[in-house]
Every structure is written in C-alpha cells, then in structure tokens.
Design a protein around this ligand. Structure first.
Ligand code: SF4
Ligand code: SF4
Ligand code: SF4
Length: 433
C-alpha cells in the first residue's frame, strides 16, 4: 500500500475517523479505527492506497469447480448506451464465470425482510429510527464514532450476503459440494471487501472473495456491444425493486414507510448521526445512509462519475419495469437475521481505567492549549487535538510539532544568549568589585 506514498499528508485530514498518521514520510493506518470508506483512496494523487481484492485471473485459475459472479446493481449504470441488464450478465459469463447471480435479487429479499422486521419491531421516539445495515462503512462508522447508535442498526444481513447464500444453496441442490463453489462479489468499494474478509454480522461470509468493479468494467466493456439478439442470455433475477438499491433513496423508497431519511457522503452522514445522537433530528422511521456520495454509484472502485451514473441508472430502471427473469432459483429461502452482535470499535478512548483516562485527557487538553490550532498536518497527525492525543499516548514527541519545536529553539537560544554574558565566579567577583 505504501510504496508510492510520498507523505504529502492529504489523506490524514480527510479521513473521517482520524485513522491515518504520517510517520517517517509514509502514511500508516491505525488498526481498528479505519472504517474502509475509501476516501483516502479517492484523494491520494499518488495512488498509494489500493483495496485488497482478488484479480480476475487469480479467480479464473482458482480450483473451484463452479465460479459464480455476484455483480452489484451499481454495475448496471456503468456502460454508456447499454440499459440491458441481461447483456451485462452475459458478458460476465463470456469472461469466464460459470454462473452469474445478481445481488439485486438479494436486495429484493432484504427489502421484504426489512418491511416485516420493522413492522414487528416498531421503535419509540426515544429509541430513535432503524438505520440500514447495507453499507458496511456506515456500520463501522457507528461502531467507531457513534456507539450509542449501535442498537439502531437493523439486524439483517446485506443483499450481497443474501445473494451469496442463495447462490450456494441453489447450486448445492444441483449437486455441487459447498467447497467446490467459489462465489465472487464484484465490489465497488473496499468496505465490502473487508466485510467479506472480516464479517461484522455473520460468522463466516458465503462470499469467497471480491474482485474490483473497475477491473471487471474494463474486461467486459469491449465485448458488451458484440453481444446482440439471441446471444443475450436470460440471467436476470430481479426487477426495479432490487436494482434501485444502487442509488440514493432506492432502499428506503422500496419500504413504503411514511418518514424516511436518505443521506449520502460521509461528512453528511456524520452530521446526521451527530444530530441523531444529540436528539435534534425530526422523527423518522428509517435512515438509509451511504458512505459514498451518490451511494454505491459513487463507490471508490466505480468507473463512471456518480451523477452521470445516476442518469443512466434511471434509464436502466425504466427499462426494467417488466424485466425478463430467469426464475429458476428465485424460490430459495435462506436465513437473513444477523448472527453476531455489533461491538463498539476503537473509539479513540485513552484508557479503560476511568481515572487514568481522566488524567490523560487533562494532560491532552493542557498540551492542546499550547498548540497553534491551525491543523497544518506537518506533525503527521490530522489535527492539533489529535497530535496532543498522540503525544499523551506516547506515540510522538512534543518536539514533533514544528511550532513547539521553534518555540523550544527560541527558548534555548535565549538561554544561550543569557549564558554567553555570564562570567566565571572569580572574574565576576573582580568585575563587581
Ligand atoms: S495522500 Fe496519503 S497515502 Fe497518498 S501520498 Fe499523501 S500521505 Fe501518502
Ligand atoms: S478508508 Fe476511510 S477510514 Fe480508512 S484510513 Fe482511509 S479515509 Fe480513513
Ligand atoms: S455506499 Fe456503497 S460503495 Fe460506498 S462504501 Fe457504502 S457499500 Fe460501499
């Protein structure tokens, strides 16, 4: 990740959880604090940060007897001049996947499950609204910065996980063994890749691995146009309801609730969560929050500009008013409730010992008062307050702040000037006489 890093400090100031420090001319991510929002990937001009995904060639060479692609609905908005979902799915088979199961089908299952869950578990005004669990970066943001809202997260698994479970079950019923099946999600973001490797809501993901959406885009774009007429296979498993999850407001629109709030872009989400935590938000039944501007259409590994993708997505949705389905696996049912309780993540606490935490906080505040409050980032920490915290935690020295260092140098220089005028006691005595 860090080979290309030049230590410019651009990313440290944009990270919403202050998870990055530049030390020794390189950016380092603090484990447990990163929510995988991908903002650092987007702002780094040096392309020093990349998501960990499998390459298509590695997937195709893997020993799985059956390789299933799991495309997200955001993929359907990426291709200029194409609104035909089945053509895109056919292209995925052409590049080497044996089967294709669209995640939009899982989204339709989760839509129905969400409607039912909310009906059976209404929340009071004091408890606050349910918050969608679909964006893993938002789930981690809440675990990290807003732990008091963890209980508001809807305890249902994601459309990706649901589609993967259904795909596995369908092909096991057709005679494959579980270990012979490889399920590969085409991811628009690092958050989904991390969710597969370290799931927060299930014990083990049914997805085998992920491949970057932009890699797949460039592999299938040249062949999409050549797939015409009868060459287009009927592989689609969902209609508008599932596909519209890709864009902002799509998930909540499906629920038919009276008061819903849809928010996108990490800074906007943080503002809404702040307001929710402080009880200054109007009453709503459901919050759909997406870390990326434009929802998954704006994912760090999407190719198209999210606003152009949104226009195209509307055309795809219109075309899918009466979709042509492959109904073969649509009757399969899988459990969709979360299997694990969400836990609070590293929330920048000083110490689990209250007294020690209080002492460190006092020390941090005293040091912070001596800092210039210009958040220049030259120290490698994202803000003066974060620097003071890092000093108290023993991660850096006070002198790593250029302003404190300058002040210290000035004090030393003044001491030296004062000392330069001093005489040994014997001479001094003579002078004084
Ligand atoms: S933006 Fe961050 S990762 Fe990229 S070069 Fe600058 S310090 Fe390194
Ligand atoms: S992915 Fe997001 S949270 Fe993680 S280090 Fe980058 S900007 Fe920070
Ligand atoms: S909005 Fe979508 S693409 Fe962006 S982090 Fe969340 S799940 Fe990933």
């Amino acid at each position: 990740m860090e080979d290309r890093c030049v230590g410019c400090t651009t990313c440290i100031k944009r990270c919403p959880t202050e998870a990055i420090r530049v030390r020794g001319g390189r950016a380092h991510i603090i484990k447990g604090r990163c929510i995988d929002c991908g903002i650092c990937m987007q702002v780094c001009k040096h392309k020093a940060k990349v998501a960990v995904t499998k390459k298509l060639d590695e997937i195709l060479e893997s020993p799985y007897k059956l390789k299933i692609a799991l495309p997200p609905p955001s993929l359907y908005s990426q291709f200029e001049g194409n609104r035909n979902v089945n053509r895109i799915l056919t292209a995925l088979r052409r590049i080497g996947f044996d089967e294709v199961v669209g995640v939009a089908m899982g989204a339709e299952v989760i839509t129905a499950a969400t409607r039912e869950y909310i009906r059976e578990h209404p929340r009071s005004e004091e408890e606050g609204p349910w918050i969608s669990s679909a964006c893993p970066a938002i789930v981690r943001l809440i675990q990290n910065r807003f732990p008091s809202l963890i209980d508001n997260i809807l305890p249902l698994i994601s459309p990706m996980e649901t589609a993967a479970r259904i795909a596995r079950k369908a092909f096991i019923e057709k005679g494959y063994k579980d270990e012979e099946i490889g399920v590969f999600f085409i991811t628009p973001c690092p958050a989904k890749a991390t969710e597969v490797a370290h799931p927060s809501m299930v014990e083990k993901s049914a997805v085998t691995d992920t491949v970057a959406l932009n890699e797949i885009f460039y592999k299938i774009r040249p062949i999409i146009k050549s797939i015409q007429g009868e060459d287009i296979e009927v592989l689609q498993l969902s209609g508008q309801e599932g596909i519209r999850w890709a864009h902002i407001g799509g998930e909540s629109e499906n629920l038919g609730l009276k008061d819903v709030l849809s928010v996108d872009g990490i800074d906007n989400v943080i503002e809404i969560m702040d307001r929710l935590e402080n009880g200054v938000i109007q009453r709503v039944d459901f919050i759909e929050a997406n870390a990326c501007t434009g929802g998954c259409l704006g994912g760090p590994m999407a190719v198209e500009n999210p606003f152009s993708a949104e226009t195209r997505m509307k055309k795809v949705l219109r075309r899918n008013e009466n979709p042509c389905y492959n109904k073969e696996i649509l009757g399969i049912r899988v459990p969709v409730e979360a299997e694990k309780e969400l836990e609070e993540l590293d929330n920048m606490q000083f110490s689990s010992d209250m007294q020690e935490a209080w002492r460190m906080m006092q020390e941090r505040d005293q040091l912070n008062e001596r800092l210039p409050q210009i958040d220049c980032g030259a120290c490698g920490s994202p803000s003066c307050l974060a620097f003071a915290t890092d000093v108290v935690k023993g991660k850096v020295q006070v002198e790593d702040c250029i302003f404190l260092l300058r002040q210290r140098v000035k004090e030393v220089a003044e001491e030296m000037v004062a000392l330069s005028g001093k005489m040994p006691p014997s001479i001094k005595q003579k002078d004084e006489e």
